[in-house]
Write a protein that binds this ligand. Structure first.
Ligand SMILES: Cc1cc2nc3c(=O)[nH]c(=O)nc-3n(C[C@H](O)[C@H](O)[C@H](O)COP(=O)(O)OP(=O)(O)OC[C@H]3O[C@@H](n4cnc5c(N)ncnc54)[C@H](O)[C@@H]3O)c2cc1C
Ligand code: SF4
Length: 478
């Protein structure tokens, strides 16, 4: 019934908005949607066979107790479902929306494996936590004891915020430093709003503020405040700065106007969604409206760019990737979504250079084939000679991945050990770095990864920091 009412609403809205019946006005949509979501969540939760071999749980990086909260949801015990779900996950409503579930929990659901379609675990997790927010079950943290020690968290992304939350629960005084004006890291300025609505992120930031976490925004560590000054002011430090150095594209014409980097493009689009004045968007530089857009790359960031360009009103959106569909790093679900929205994928294609003068007019495309596997076992793309062609483009967005910034140099701390990839070297269990009292979590340790892994790292690092602060001074100094 709820589904029929919702479909009726959507089709009436689309086809004849002026004739929308009184009982289907916009304010009713929320209520109809809630009814539909409740029905779907209960339906999906009751599909869980409680198989006893919860591969879903073991393939969730947070080892969420999925079978138990599915059972509670199926029985209508939503508050208990929420309690179980939030015990292991700091941001369940965020993970429910943006985890690549097909590669994690849902991809390993026994029902999926037997060919009957997975239980939609992510959407149930989202439903449970959205319900918890609506009912006031999510409350600011009130620690049992206040402790005097203070912890600095550098970076307000999911890794840093998860740690801040856990440390506050234990009663520590927490200050989060971030170079941006809003907290959330890539949750706020990377991932587009159609995947993760920004009020969902902001309500978490506000909850942390209400819990007593102190935020120092617009503070770029290494420029506005030195790393040493932060170390001097706090008893322990967590570095959770993510990875932001974008891999560029080379070849003739690669410096032309109209060739832009994915994160610049997405950040501007996200800023606009907050209602900010953004000149680069308003003057068309980072705006796809009315343009032929080519996105280069095959990961999730590329998928976010193509889907954003479609929403901005691009004339056409093509995605060039040098391998084939089966070998692309991005989620298959995201690719399918993009295709359904009108994106054209041009597989086995790589840019060789760009045409045009000061402004880009086209991409010189080399056709590729897959050759022998490389050291990682993936087939290497090889150029097919003589098959080049020009793909017309007014805006080219490059999404070729991210690398860490050189923090030891930027921050003047050569003793901060890094790996040969430039990520911070940290113990994989304790997250401690080469510096006493300094920990690291999230993408700055793993390289570009996932929100759910950053949350896990942040939570684990918080436990280690608490153990460090609780240890006798002689042990902590070791
Ligand atoms: C476009 C895009 C889409 C993505 N989509 C998904 C998705 O759908 N699902 C998913 O699971 N993952 C996705 N990811 C990956 C995910 O966003 C990251 O893995 C995750 O955000 C990493 O969290 P983090 O806390 O380590 O770092 P970040 O989220 O990057 O946060 C780091 C914070 O540190 C701050 N910072 C950096 N340097 C300094 C400094 N010197 N001083 C002060 N502050 C500093 C930054 O401003 C930032 O706020 C996506 C990534 C991108 C780029
Ligand atoms: S956190 Fe992610 S992987 Fe874990 S249950 Fe939720 S959606 Fe699945």
């Amino acid at each position: 019934m709820a589904k029929e009412r919702m479909l009726q609403f959507v089709s009436v809205k689309r086809e004849m908005p002026e004739k929308r019946p009184a009982d289907l006005r916009s304010q009713d949509f929320h209520e109809i949607y809630r009814e539909y979501a409740a029905q779907k969540a209960a339906e999906q939760a009751s599909r869980c066979s409680q198989c006893g071999v919860p591969y879903c749980q073991s393939h969730c990086p947070l080892h969420n107790n999925i079978p138990d909260w599915l059972r509670m949801t199926a029985e209508g015990r939503l508050q208990e479902a929420y309690e179980i779900s939030q015990a292991t996950n700091t941001f369940p409503e965020i993970c429910g929306r943006i985890c690549p579930q097909d590669r994690l929990c849902e991809g390993n659901c026994v029902i999926e494996q037997s060919g009957h379609g997975t239980v939609t675990i992510g959407s149930v997790e989202k439903y449970i936590t959205d319900t918890a927010w609506e009912n006031g079950w999510v409350q600011p943290v009130k620690p049992m004891v206040e402790r005097g020690e203070s912890v600095a968290v550098i970076g307000a992304g999911p890794g840093g915020l998860a740690a801040a939350d856990m440390l506050r629960r234990k009663g520590y005084q927490v200050t989060v430093y971030d170079r941006y004006d809003r907290a959330g890291g890539l949750l706020t300025y990377g991932i587009p709003g159609f995947k993760l609505e920004k009020p969902i992120v902001m309500q978490r930031v506000e909850q942390l503020e209400a819990s007593g976490v102190n935020f120092v925004m617009n503070c770029k560590v290494g420029e506005d405040l030195s790393f040493d000054a932060i170390r001097g002011q706090h008893d322990a430090v967590l570095i959770a700065t993510g990875v932001y150095k974008m891999r560029g594209v080379g070849g003739p014409g690669s410096g032309a106007k109209g060739i832009v980097q994915a994160l610049d493009y997405l950040t501007v689009s996200n800023r606009k969604s907050f209602g900010d004045e953004v000149e680069a968007y308003d003057n068309g530089e980072l705006n796809a409206a009315g343009k032929r857009v080519v996105v280069i790359g095959g990961g999730d960031t590329a998928m976010d760019c193509v889907r954003t360009a479609i929403r901005q009103g691009a004339v056409s959106v093509k995605c060039l990737y040098r391998r084939d569909r089966a070998n692309m790093p991005g989620s298959q679900r995201e690719t399918q979504n993009a295709e359904e929205e009108g994106v054209e994928f041009v597989w086995l294609s790589a840019p060789k250079g760009f045409t045009g003068g000061a402004s880009v007019e086209g991409v010189m495309v080399q056709k590729m084939r897959l050759g022998a596997p490389d050291a990682t076992g993936r087939q290497s793309p090889e150029v097919i000679e003589g098959a080049d062609y020009i793909e017309p483009a007014d805006l080219v967005i490059t999404a070729l991945g991210f690398e860490p910034e050189d923090l030891p140099t930027l921050w003047g701390v050569p003793e901060l050990a890094v790996t040969r990839w430039g990520t911070i070297k940290a113990d994989f269990r304790t997250h401690q770095t080469s510096l006493p009292g300094v920990y690291a979590a999230g993408d700055i340790v793993r390289g570009a990864s996932l929100v759910v892994w950053a949350i896990r790292d942040g939570r684990e690092a918080a436990d280690s920091i608490a153990a460090y602060l609780a240890a006798p001074a002689s042990v902590a100094a070791e």
